[in-house]
Design a protein around this ligand. Structure first.
Ligand code: GLU
Length: 303
């Protein structure tokens, strides 16, 4: 497990992490709710004879499968059940809706787990055809990948232990140990001097949550939509502070130069927002962890 610390005391945290892992710590799965809650599975009409002049899509049509990058450790969003190896959650449903409009049924989708820190490289190398995984659209990333959306807007928030009343918001983090994910926008934000936080970065959100439960860090920061999923799994141990301090508009990521694919995916998102597949999927997944439904604004931006 990789763990990087931005402050000098990194070695101490690493040593603690090793101890906690050896003892099992607080973070074992015993007593947890089923990860990701009840599994929602939408079914979407698959478009026939799709003719799109997109290099990425042409390759996928030839292979008769489409490769989609997703997350695997975000309950209610993108979650891979270790027992069944099946993926579920809101982002997985978005991925399926898009695939259907591009002419691919659910069993023609190959899901690939791609963590935040390697999204841009994986997409630009063509190792996935598109990516749906709590992926914030921003100008920096647009230099490397294309985006369709936003299909949802989250905000960075804080996950803390239930009995911790001291952390009331991002302004109460001075000297606190805060865990976040390499390559994510909330990590960039929380590293700003003004918060005074002692940041720890790892590759997977589930590791941050483990450290929080094992008291090696005081808070986890990332999007509220993600944190609410973790809190819903362990309501007696964790809570979300509820003071979002950034805007995180989620997009479907894809090859930067394939404008035809980008337009087709934008259209697919609009189609499923209009026919209510989107709302049904939302209520069957993210809605269950306490995120309120807000209809995305359409038409979506095109560029
Ligand atoms: N939405 C944020 C980002 O794209 C955080 C969640 C994530 O790492 O996927 O960086």
């Amino acid at each position: 497990m990789r763990m990087r610390k931005t402050a000098a005391a990194g070695a101490v945290v690493l040593a603690l992490a090793a101890t906690a892992t050896a003892c099992g710590g607080e973070s074992g799965t015993a007593g947890d709710k089923p990860a990701g809650g009840e599994v929602y599975k939408g079914s979407y009409t698959v478009a026939k004879d799709v003719k799109v002049n997109s290099p990425v899509l042409k390759k996928a049509q030839k292979a008769k499968k489409i490769v989609v990058g997703v997350k695997a450790d975000q309950p209610f969003l993108g979650f891979k059940d270790p027992a069944t190896t099946k993926y579920s959650g809101f982002d997985i449903e978005i991925a399926k809706m898009v695939a259907a409009d591009l002419g691919f049924s659910e069993n023609q989708i190959e899901f690939k787990t791609i963590d935040s820190n390697v999204r841009e490289t994986t997409i630009s190398k063509g190792q996935v055809d598109y990516y749906v995984g709590t992926y914030t659209i921003n100008e920096e990333r647009k230099k490397q990948v294309g985006f369709a959306g936003p299909y949802y807007t989250a905000g960075a928030d804080l996950l803390v232990r239930k009995d911790d009343k001291a952390i009331t918001g991002p302004d109460a983090l001075k000297g606190k140990k805060v865990c976040s994910i390499t390559g994510s926008t909330p990590l960039q934000e929380i590293k700003k001097k003004r918060y005074g936080a002692d940041t720890t970065e790892v590759g997977k959100y589930s590791d941050c949550v483990k450290y929080l439960l094992d008291k090696q860090v005081d808070a986890v920061t990332t999007d509220d939509a993600i944190l609410k999923g973790y809190a819903a799994q362990r309501p007696s141990k964790l809570r979300v502070v509820g003071k979002p301090f950034t805007k995180e508009p989620y997009g479907v990521g894809m090859n930067k130069d394939d404008k035809t694919l980008r337009d087709a995916i934008t259209k697919a998102l609009e189609h499923h927002i209009a026919n209510k597949d989107y709302q049904k999927a939302y209520e069957g997944t993210l809605g269950k962890s306490g995120s309120k439904y807000v209809a995305p604004e359409t038409p979506l931006p095109r560029y």
